[in-house]
Write a protein that binds this ligand. Structure first.
Ligand code: UD1
Ligand code: MG
Length: 452
């Protein structure tokens, strides 16, 4: 039986933020959410989360996940925090304690720690710069204790094997050791790490497993460490895109802030940002400088440079941009063309429909092969309500036309350029609403006096 305790009650003072530390994001998601995902991968019987500072915000952000919450009213240290969760843990269970500020630890690394059959096991790593971490004290191979940075002698500070903050032990043992932990140290806190020395003194089997790398095990205490973690995450995410079959013109310039699935032969040009939940079908091309948020693009979709797509979906190979903006509720079918300076929202464009230049298509249903000329605007909003525009198959909307919704343009209808259409434009006919052109004979342009 395995129960996991995540310590997430710290204020994260060093972060200098109004948000609780564990809600700071890495790769676009709160650290704690990522850690809970990882914890779940170990299939524990229960996951406990100890909250304190900003606990309401934390609970709200993680609502809906199957978690047991424990409250730590005063921040008296990691040992004290772990104690708050223990009453709800089965005494027979093995407990894995995770610091909440370690979002990138891999399930496989934790699994390696859990393989140890010692009475108490900590996960350690070799740090290039051990500053700030608890140091692992050994007698030969045997682990003797953990010394926090602030309590360490110069000699101890030179040790580069450091504590990741992850610890595994039997629940009853852990509770007993924590009862004995005091707060007589530089920070006046009850250190979880003191259990190690107590267990070693009791002659119990204590183990420190060196696994994983600094990239996945480093703690995020301040913005500088957050930036390092972000880089580690980005490197992992880009590698995963490439492993799935995407070619990245310059991997270092692509930013991933969510969960991305890509097909084969996807091409991602420089400076692309991928956010939220994104799926890219085989052969999708993303042009330089494009930003995609929560999108699903069908195989063969081409997004030209500098487009912003949010909540958009394509159902066939189609072409978007350059400089297009697709907003939520946009759905484009095969062979649709959205050209430069076109904005769409809540708009369905059927097969072969086109808006090639300078248009706003909102709350609209555009039939197959309809053509929206340059400057076509759906006037969907009357200041209070949104109304729909329905454009039939093969309709042709002349340039610079305003379609005042609710309005319907029939199949194969033609709208003359420059029209304001507020009534039905019947199928197959030419409808236009513009002043007839006239020429004023003998009109004289005013001339300034005193001019030759
Ligand atoms: C801790 C370890 C240190 C280790 C490092 C790894 C202790 C005493 N020190 O130090 O050995 O090298 O992590 O990153 O354990 N928390 C609470 N309540 C508290 C205090 C902390 O819930 O009263 C939570 C924090 O939210 C955080 C986690 O425990 O998620 C670790 O606390 P933090 O202050 O980051 O400890 P470090 O100084 O990093
Ligand atoms: Mg920390």
């Amino acid at each position: 039986m395995l129960e996991i305790i995540i310590l997430a009650a710290g204020e994260g003072k060093r972060m200098k933020s109004a948000r609780p530390k564990v809600l700071q994001t890495v790769g676009g998601r709160p650290m704690l959410e990522r850690l809970v995902d990882t914890a779940k991968a170990l299939a524990p019987d229960r996951i406990h989360v100890v909250i304190g500072a900003g606990g309401d915000q934390v609970q709200e952000a993680l609502a809906g996940l199957d978690l047991v919450w424990a409250e730590q009213r005063e921040r008296l240290g990691t040992g004290h925090a772990a104690m708050q969760a223990l009453p709800a843990v089965d005494p027979e269970a093995r407990v894995l304690v995770l610091p909440g500020d370690m979002p990138l630890v891999r399930p496989s690394t934790l699994a390696r720690l859990l393989k140890s059959d010692a009475d108490l096991t900590v996960l350690s790593f070799i740090a290039e710069d051990p500053t700030g971490y608890g140091r692992i004290l050994r007698d030969g191979d045997a682990v003797r204790g953990i010394r926090e940075e602030k309590d360490a002698s110069d000699e101890e500070r030179a040790i580069d094997e450091v504590n990741s903050g992850v610890l595994a032990a039997g629940a009853a043992d852990l509770a007993a050791w924590l009862e004995r932990v005091g707060a007589d140290n530089a920070q006046g806190e009850y250190y979880l790490t003191d259990c190690v020395e107590l267990a070693a003194d009791d002659g119990r089997d204590v183990d420190a497993v060196i696994a994983g790398d600094a990239g996945e095990l480093m703690g995020a205490n301040d913005r500088v460490q957050m930036a390092v973690l972000e880089r580690v995450f980005q490197q992992r995410a880009r590698r995963s895109l490439m492993e799935q079959g995407a070619a990245l013109a310059d991997p270092d310039s692509v930013q991933v802030r969510g969960e991305i699935d890509v097909g084969r032969d996807v091409f991602i040009d420089v400076n692309v940002v991928l956010q939220g939940r994104i799926r890219l079908g085989d052969g999708v091309q993303l042009g330089a400088g494009s930003v995609l948020v929560d999108c699903e693009l069908a195989a063969g979709t081409v997004v030209h440079p500098y487009c912003v797509l949010e909540g958009a979906k394509t159902t066939g190979a189609c072409s978007v941009g350059p400089f297009a903006r697709l907003r939520p509720g946009t759905e484009l079918a095969e062979d649709v063309k959205i050209g430069n300076f076109v904005e769409t929202k809540n708009a369905r464009m059927s097969q072969g429909a086109k808006a090639s230049h300078l248009a706003y298509v909102g709350d609209a249903e555009v039939g197959p092969a309809a053509n929206l000329g340059a400057g076509t605007i759906t006037c969907n909003y009357d200041g209070v309500n949104k109304h729909r525009t329905v454009i039939g198959a093969g309709a042709f909307i002349g340039s610079n036309s305003s379609l005042v919704a609710p309005v319907e343009i029939g199949a194969e209808a033609t709208v003359g350029a420059g029209s304001v259409i507020s009534g039905e434009a019947p199928a197959g006919q030419l409808t236009l609403s513009r002043a007839r052109q006239r020429t004023i004979p003998d009109w004289k342009r005013p001339r300034k006096k005193n001019r030759d």
